[in-house]
Write a protein that binds this ligand. Structure first.
Ligand code: ATP
Ligand code: MG
Length: 486
C-alpha cells in the first residue's frame, strides 16, 4: 500500500517495506471496532524497529477510514496553553496530557468526541512506557467512558516490557510484533532510497551491523556518508571505500534511540498526583543546578525526586544517578558513595574525592542525593562539586535545607485531599491524590476493594486526619482494611 509521502524520503520508505501483514492486522482491528465498541492494540518491537513510523502509517489509515485520530504526548515541559496543537497539514491532532489539568483535557476530548461525525476515535500513544501513572489513568477513564463508542487505544512499547497495563473494560485485541527487515527488505530500501543496488558482500556486512532495524539502517547510512565511506556516484549510486570492513556501526553511528545511563530503582507501586509539583521542579531543574526537596519524613520527597528524575532521563547525556545516603554516617564517605553508585573507579594513590571531581568535570549528569539530612554538616561538598564541574545538576532530598549558596528550595506539600465540607461524588473523590493512594494501596492487599457510598466518608475523613501524608495513608490503608471491607 502506498502511504502518503513524507518530506523525508528515508523515513517514508522505511515503513512501507515488509509491513503489509502488520498493517492488514490494524485494518482488521478497525473493522471489528464497531462490534467491540472499545479495544486496545499493542505494537511491540525492539528500539529502532520503526514503531513510531508504523504509528504514523496507522494514523494515516485511520483518518482515511473516517476515524478521528488523536496522538497523545506526555511532555512535562510543555505548559497548559500549548496543550492542544493542531498541526496544520491534514487533520492531525497532538494532545499533550502530561502535568496539566486532566479535567481540562477531559472536557476538550468530551466536546470533540461528542460533536464529531466520525466513525469513532483512535488514541495513539507512542512508547507508553514513558507515560506517567496519571496519564495512564486519564487514558483509562476516556476508554471506559460509556458515552463514547468505537474508541480505541493503539500504543507502542518495548517488546520486552513485561508489565502490561489494565485498561479496564477495553480489552487487548492483539499485539503486533514489528520484526526487523529481511536482507531483501534492506536491499529494497537501498534501491528505493538511493537507486542503489549494493554489492552482496557490503549488504551482508551492513545487515549484520544493523540487524535489519530500520532506525539503525537510517543512521548507519548517514554515518557512512558522513565519514566518506559511501561516496556518491551519479551513475552507480555509491562507491564504497574498502575501510568499511573495520567499522563498527553500533559504536560510530549516533542512534537516536540512545538509552540513558541510569541506576534509578524501578518503582514497585503506582505513583499518584503531584502534577503541579513535577512541573515546578522540572522548571527549576531546567534553569538551576541545585534543587533541594524538603519536608517532614514520609511526605514523599524521595518518591517525587525519583519520579522527576525518571522523567528527565533523556535530558542528560551522561546519565541520571540515584545515590541513597541513609547508610552513610561519616561525611568523608559521601564522595566514595557517589563514586560507587556512578561506577567511577578509584585510582590507586589518588584521593577518591579528586577522582570524582575530575571524572565529573565535563559530564552532563543529574545526581539525586537522597536523605541528605544524615550528613547535613557536609553540605559544603555539594557547592564544591558544583563549582568544580561545568555540567552537573544535583537534586537533593532532605528533611532540612542545606543552607548553601546556589541552593533552590522546593518544599514538598502533602497530597491533596477532598475538602470535607463539600459534597463530592465517589468518582471525584477518587481523583483526589490522597484518596486515590488509599484506594490503590488497599487494593494491593485486597484486589476487589472498592470505595462505596458506605465507606467514602470515612476514607476522606481519614485522609484529612492523616493530613495527606503518603506514608501515613499507606500504613492506614492496610492496617484498617478490615473496617472498610464491609
Ligand atoms: N505521589 C506518591 N504516589 C504514590 N506513593 C507515594 C507518593 N509519595 C509518597 N509515596 C509513598 O509514601 C511513602 C513515603 O514516601 P517517601 O519515602 O518518598 O517519603 P520521604 O519524604 O522521602 O520520607 P523520609 O524523610 O523518611 O525520607 C513511600 O512508600 C512512597 O512510595
Ligand atoms: Mg526519603
Amino acid at each position: 500500500m502506498y502511504i502518503k509521502a513524507k518530506k523525508d524520503k528515508l523515513y517514508s520508505i522505511s515503513y512501507l517495506i515488509e509491513r503489509e501483514d502488520d498493517l492488514a492486522k490494524f485494518r482488521n482491528f478497525l473493522k471489528h471496532l464497531p462490534e467491540m465498541k472499545r479495544g486496545v492494540l499493542r505494537i511491540a518491537g525492539l528500539p529502532d524497529s520503526g514503531r513510531t513510523c508504523f504509528l504514523n502509517a496507522i494514523e494515516y489509515i485511520a483518518l482515511r477510514y473516517n476515524y478521528d485520530v488523536i496522538t497523545l504526548l506526555t511532555n512535562p515541559c510543555i505548559k497548559t496553553e500549548e496543550n492542544i496543537k493542531l498541526i496544520s497539514d491534514v487533520d492531525k491532532t497532538r494532545l499533550n496530557i502530561s502535568n496539566i489539568s486532566h479535567k481540562y483535557t477531559e472536557s476538550i476530548l468530551n466536546e470533540r468526541i461528542l460533536s464529531n461525525k466520525k466513525t469513532g476515535l483512535i488514541l495513539l500513544a507512542d512508547d507508553i512506557g514513558k507515560f506517567d501513572f496519571e496519564s495512564i489513568n486519564l487514558i483509562c477513564r476516556i476508554l471506559n467512558n460509556k458515552r463514547y463508542t468505537n474508541i480505541a487505544l493503539v500504543y507502542t512499547n518495548e517488546i520486552k516490557a513485561i508489565k502490561d497495563i489494565d485498561y479496564g473494560c477495553a480489552p487487548l485485541y492483539e499485539t503486533i510484533n514489528l520484526s526487523p527487515l529481511s536482507p531483501q527488505g534492506v536491499r529494497l530500501l537501498m534501491n528505493n532510497i538511493y537507486n542503489w543496488n549494493p554489492p552482496d558482500l557490503f549488504l551482508e556486512w551492513f545487515y549484520n551491523e544493523t540487524m535489519g532495524l530500520p532506525g539503525l539502517i537510517k543512521s548507519g547510512i548517514q554515518f557512512l556518508i558522513g565519514n566518506d565511506i559511501l561516496v556518491h556516484d551519479s551513475k552507480y549510486g555509491f562507491d564504497i571505500k574498502k575501510e568499511y570492513i573495520n567499522i563498527k556501526l553500533s559504536e560510530g553511528s549516533q542512534s537516536k534511540s540512545f538509552i540513558a545511563k541510569n541506576n534509578l530503582p524501578s518503582a514497585l507501586t503506582e505513583f499518584v498526583g503531584r502534577s503541579t509539583e513535577i512541573e515546578k521542579i522540572n522548571q527549576m531543574l531546567d534553569s538551576v543546578r541545585l534543587v533541594t526537596l524538603t519536608g517532614p519524613g514520609g511526605i514523599g520527597k524521595t518518591r517525587l525526586a525519583l519520579q522527576v528524575a525518571s522523567m528527565r532521563l533523556y535530558n542528560y547525556r551522561d546519565g541520571v544517578f540515584f545515590i541513597p545516603l541513609s547508610a552513610v554516617t561519616k561525611a568523608d564517605s559521601i564522595a566514595a558513595c557517589i563514586a560507587k553508585s556512578m561506577n567511577i573507579i578509584e585510582i590507586q594513590g589518588q584521593n577518591i574525592y579528586s577522582t570524582l571531581k575530575s571524572a565529573l568535570y565535563d559530564k552532563n549528569c543529574l545526581i539525586v542525593l537522597d536523605n541528605f539530612e544524615h550528613v547535613i554538616d557536609a553540605a559544603s561538598i555539594i557547592s564544591d562539586l558544583l563549582t568544580s564541574t561545568c555540567n552537573l545538576t544535583i537534586m537533593v532530598t532532605s528533611r532540612e535545607p542545606l543552607r548553601i549558596s546556589g541552593e533552590h528550595l522546593f518544599c514538598v506539600p502533602p497530597l491533596e485531599f477532598v475538602n470535607l465540607q463539600e459534597k463530592i461524588s465517589i468518582e471525584k473523590s477518587i481523583q483526589q491524590p490522597a484518596v486515590n493512594l488509599f484506594l490503590l494501596r488497599a487494593r494491593a492487599v485486597k484486589p476487589d476493594f472498592k470505595i462505596t457510598e458506605r465507606n467514602v466518608k470515612d476514607i476522606i475523613q481519614l485522609c484529612a486526619y492523616l493530613e495527606g501524608i503518603p506514608l501515613a495513608i499507606e500504613a492506614c490503608s492496610s492496617k484498617y482494611r478490615t473496617n472498610f471491607y464491609t
